[in-house]
Design a protein around this ligand. Structure first.
Ligand code: PLP
Length: 501
């Protein structure tokens, strides 16, 4: 029996902490077999993926061992025992001992909460935040990489400037000017290891502990975790049909506003021009900065292209972050942070004492991939495929989920949101869907300060049409199982446990 989940803790973090504590204090003794992930997920109304991730983390840290097909067992020798910590004499949270010495952790280390770092083991409908990895032109990438490596210069092997490989920064500045309406020169482009890295870097550049950062609520949890780790106080701003709202009461003393205007994460709203202008006016009056996350806007399916907010900024207050994770593949770990000219030197100085620079060979290969035209062709091809997949999801949803789930018709990105009918609960549906091998995320996972409506994040890009159709049918069954009462109405309490239909 695990303790209840404290408010504000993600399901994954709670499960990992609870299991680890039970192992360390002997309630789950050495050699004991843990319940099957499916059973645990059902018992605590979690998605199976959440349980699998917690198990994987415990296994990676040596608390448990697992054999495929034969279960997961508590290890006989536990890592903390090896480190000389008795189960009853655990040091306070944030302190660990090694070799008998007490090591004091920094505030940043203590405050950092984990954000899923291991990639999912398999991808099914409706895995969100993921492009179609089976369609990445790896053959072309290999050709470009081979050519570059055969002709590599000693200068390249020595490295590149802290802000990144100059030809890549030039290619990105050109691309952003033409495709996203960003106004910058190559000197303002800093190569980072994806948007997550850009958010951390921007926050380290601009925030002190105690500073207030505002963001969309619901919003991208990876950002909230990065800001909180640095000691910032995160304020959630409600959304409406035009995007983030700007209530003066919540914006008081806010130093930075983090937003996803092209395709709001996770609801998919595109921010209106009027709201963009209001946001810039607020930033000017409040002497605040805006951090624009343009994580997946290359994929736009309808409506006029919406240029970046950065391009409207007259005042040099917008930092613009983007990534190759969605347009190519997340394992590439390359992205960019475009900063106002006045911040370039500071960023360069900070990077010179941390990472020095990102891996230069990947940067050079990506530069060639863009110059050869493969990048542009891949985006155009994927845009068509994703538009078709979105169409299939909407059509199948209308056919099989009518009255259960209303799927939003988004204009851009790799995912959308489905709103559940009254009385249905997203966490219960997520758990029931996981049992049918369907991967959805409750919108509540992205809540910052206030519980959102009951909804599910649905990715449509990562899998093909056959799998999307299977997913819709299974999701309809899962919703029926998760919430239907015997009188045919949806249970207002919608318990997560399956009920007979
Ligand atoms: C809104 C948003 N921002 C940032 C990221 C991080 O992306 P990257 O892989 O570039 O670090 C993600 C990843 O899913 C995202 O959804």
């Amino acid at each position: 029996m695990l303790p209840p989940r404290p408010p504000g803790t993600t399901a994954g973090r709670w499960l990992y902490d609870a299991l680890r504590a039970a192992i360390l204090d002997g309630r789950l003794g050495p050699g004991l077999r843990l319940p099957a992930t499916r059973d645990l997920a059902r018992q605590y109304q979690l998605s199976r993926g959440t349980v699998v991730l917690a198990f994987e983390q415990l296994q990676a840290e040596g608390y448990v061992r697992g054999k495929t097909g034969s279960g997961t067992y508590v290890n006989d020798v536990l890592p903390d025992t090896l480190l000389g910590i008795g189960a009853g004499s655990r040091p306070p949270r944030g302190k660990r001992t090694a070799g008998g010495a007490s090591i004091r952790l920094s505030g940043v280390a203590r405050r950092t909460e984990p954000w899923p770092s291991a990639p999912p083991r398999y991808i099914r409908a409706f895995r969100a935040n993921q492009p179609a990895l089976d369609l990445v032109p790896t053959g072309l990438w290999a050709q470009v990489a081979g050519r570059r490596l055969r002709a590599v210069t000693t200068q390249l092997l020595m490295g590149c400037p802290a802000l990144g490989y100059t030809p890549l920064r030039e290619a990105i500045a050109d691309y952003l000017a033409s495709a996203r309406g960003v106004r910058c020169t190559a000197s303002q482009v800093c190569i980072v290891s994806g948007v997550q890295d850009a958010l951390d870097l921007a926050a380290r550049l601009l925030l002190d502990p105690g500073d207030r950062v505002a963001m969309e609520d619901p919003g991208y949890s990876g950002a909230a975790l990065a800001f909180r780790a640095l000691g910032a106080r995160v304020v959630g701003l409600p959304l409406d049909a035009e995007g983030v709202t700007l209530p003066p009461r919540l914006l008081r003393d806010v130093r930075m506003l983090y937003i996803t205007p092209a395709h709001q994460f996770p609801l998919g709203v595109t921010m209106s021009l009027a709201r963009r202008l209001a946001l810039l006016a607020w930033a000017h009056a409040a002497n605040a900065v805006i951090l624009e996350d343009d994580y997946d806007s290359e994929f736009r399916y309808s409506g006029a292209p919406v240029p970046a907010l950065q391009g409207l900024d007259q005042d040099d207050r917008v930092l613009f972050a983007g990534s190759f994770s969605k347009v190519l593949f997340p394992g590439l770990r390359l992205g960019y942070l475009v900063v106002p000219e006045s911040l370039v030197e500071r960023i360069e100085t900070m990077l010179s004492v941390s990472r020095r620079h990102g891996p230069v060979l990947e940067q050079a290969i990506l530069t060639d991939f863009i110059a050869d035209g493969h990048f542009g062709r891949h985006i155009r091809r994927m845009r068509e495929i994703y538009a078709q997949r979105l169409g299939v999801l909407l059509e199948e949803g209308r056919r099989h989920l009518d009255g259960l789930l209303t799927i939003s018709d988004v204009e851009a990105g790799l995912q959308t949101v489905g709103w559940l009918a009254d009385g249905l609960h997203a966490e219960a549906v997520t758990a029931a869907a996981a049992r049918r091998d369907v991967q959805v995320v409750p919108i509540s996972e992205y809540a910052v300060a206030r519980p959102p409506r009951e909804g599910l994040q649905l990715g449509f890009a990562a899998v093909d049409e056959v799998e999307l159709k299977r997913g819709v049918r299974e999701l309809a069954m899962a919703i029926g199982k998760a919430g239907r009462r015997e009188d045919g109405k949806y249970s207002p309490q919608g318990s997560g446990l399956p009920r007979p239909m």
